[in-house]
Design a protein around this ligand. Sequence first.
Ligand code: GAF
Length: 397
Amino acid sequence: SAHGAATPTTERPHGAQHTAERFAAVYGTAPQGIWAAPGRVNLIGEHTDYNDGFVMPLALPHTTLAAAAPRTDGVLRLHSGGADGGIVELRLDELRPAPGAGWAAYPAGIVWAMREAGLPVGGADLHYDSTVPTGAGLSSSAALEVATALALNDLYGLGLERQRLAQLAQRAENAFVGVPCGIMDQTAAACCTEGHALFLDTRDLTRRQVPFDLAAEGLRLLVVDTRVQHELGDGAYAERRAGCESGARALGVRALRDVAAPHLPEALAKLADRPDVQALVRHIVTENHRVEQVVACLDAGRTRAIGPLLTAGHASLRDDFKISCRELDLAVDTANAAGALGARMTGGGFGGSAIVLVEETAARAVGTAVTEAFAAAGHAAPRIFEAVPSAGARRLD
Ligand code: GAF
């Protein structure tokens, strides 16, 4: 492979056919269709989405497939090829927010959010297969949510737009599963397109597909899954979010998005007695600016120039937002020392994955250097693979 020490990962499940067969084996009938939604990495714009800011994710080839058929008796049945245990059976009229309830809470939350919004959605049988690594910061939850939302949208003829499906998925995760995430991951799963990164303004939800064809430029984007499991539900994410909101209140703005980069020094001066909040504000304001700079570079065809912006983003997440960890720092520092153009942690933080922008010709050496550094430090072997900008959610069969 182009990245040498990379561990091969299966990007695609055995396919729609396999998932249809599994559905039939579990439920005894054929599914009405198969839907897919991908995992993602975020190129730049971290923790900006709950500050009304900018993000720039791209979809991975790794996907969650949902085979589904409607039911007329008000029952929802859920089965996962990846989870232990059998069929989870729930009555629609008994669905209640269930924080900490495990994987089935994500699809159940989608049905709940749709019904809460007054949409005419009934029961269903669903079976899932997925190749999106879980706990790796690659948005396996959003893939599960959006595959479910798209399946129900089609089964019940709801006719909802992609962005609306993403919003229902975020509502499910916030209110039903109990994770205070922003809108980035669900929008990435719903709206990304092959060969592009998605530039999204999370305030007004305008979005633009920015061409991101690395192979054509002799570049690679590697994902380094550190194997340090990350969890959004453990409080640290909610703490950062609360800190940002408190900063916005202290500054008298609706959201930190409203502090433009040139006004950062004044804003920091106003927060002189709150160094913790100061650091959070500094990250958000500079990160929004970095997203705009990355978009400007890509629009100008200067892809290599985004490297230092990625690395600066990592330093900001490590030093100001304080959500990196030893393994992520080691991946980023080693990749850069071995000749990468830039690298950063991606996603919520506290583990999960880093991304590395690298010349195709250096990809092998950089991958090997990271793997060797992890071994030398006594860390579990990282999983390294290439992020090829892939399609968002779609119906397969
Ligand atoms: C997680 C959240 F789900 C996203 O909404 C976003 O805040 C991200 O962390 C950090 O950018 O993936």
